[in-house]
Design a protein around this ligand. Sequence first.
Ligand SMILES: Cc1ncc(COP(=O)(O)O)c(C=O)c1O
Length: 379
Amino acid sequence: MQSKLPNVGTTIFTVMSKMAQDHNAINLSQGFPDFDCPERLKELVSYYLNDRRNQYPPMTGIPALREQIAKKVSQYYGYDADPETEVTVTSGATEALFDAIQAVVSAGDEVIVFDPAYDSYEPAVILAGAKTIHIPMSQPDYSIDWDRVEQSLSEKTRLIIINSPHNPCGSLLQDSDFDTLARIIRDRNILVLSDEVYEHMVFDGVKHKSVLSHPELREKSFAVFSFGKTYHATGWKLAYCVAPKNLTIEFRKVHQFVTFTSSSFVQFAIADFMQECPEHALELPKFYQAKRDYFCSLVQDSRFSFTPSGGTYFQLLDYSEISDQSDMDFNLYLTKEKGVAAIPLTPFYESAPDSRVLRFCFCKDDSTLEQAAEILCAL
Ligand SMILES: Cc1ncc(COP(=O)(O)O)c(C=O)c1O
């Protein structure tokens, strides 16, 4: 049988988490917290589980949750999304990204992604029979070269996938990026998929810029968010997509046959929690900025160099002063010989630059960060 995805193996996140476990290394690779989600949220999940909320919820998500999402979107991004026709609950952002791509990308189309690109985008594009056009982000600040994007557009371009705050780089899109994107796709048949799963992890007083705040762009965009990131519950795989009615209709056609719906009791619990504890999301930037600052202060005197991450719960560290090994090799050495696992950037590129950078996840208990930093400082 011929593989439909011949170049796809196991994701680097799974590979590194397993390797960290096998070698008893501190796992700063895969992006999940080693602290728990809020107690109240767990109480609500267990309440609804025991309240017999265990059968199929509506395909689009329970109304109470979609209403809370619409309220939140209005409050944060100034857009009054219709919970009935513009909000869909999904089984993780991964599902929402896949659904959006399958909904609007056809065989022969082209989809633009920015490298290093989150690794779920391209397989979904290939399964749609389309081609991914990779545009590398500009160094050293991992910004987007819009002139190059404009030059890469063709009659076949159907979708541009953006991701801010950016995993793995921690860079943020600015208002000017959205204005330029809106201008270059104006009068063209091109849509936007905006991956905003780290919306609440933006630091130094900067506010997250959502595509939903841009009146022109939001008419052509799917915006994807994840409760897993916001509520320290990545294992629950609950997320949502906000898109205009015409796009949501197509999105739901895919969603209903990919998963149909998502975990019922978790939806009820999160709807209540959003209503009861809006401060959780409001406090996240401060919470994660403190983690970033602590991790950066711990490695300040090491031979790694870095610019503090602008968002996400990842910090890039440049190891050029320590080794001239490739990022894949240095990461293996670090994991197996030294006991700290990170993520190399090469797997997120079509054609990786010759840089010496690894991604470290800092959504960990302070004691985990301290142990890891002690090792990193000794290199
Ligand atoms: C940029 C980005 N998009 C999407 C996802 C997937 O989110 P979820 O776990 O909700 O499927 C992740 C998870 O790490 C991510 O980093």
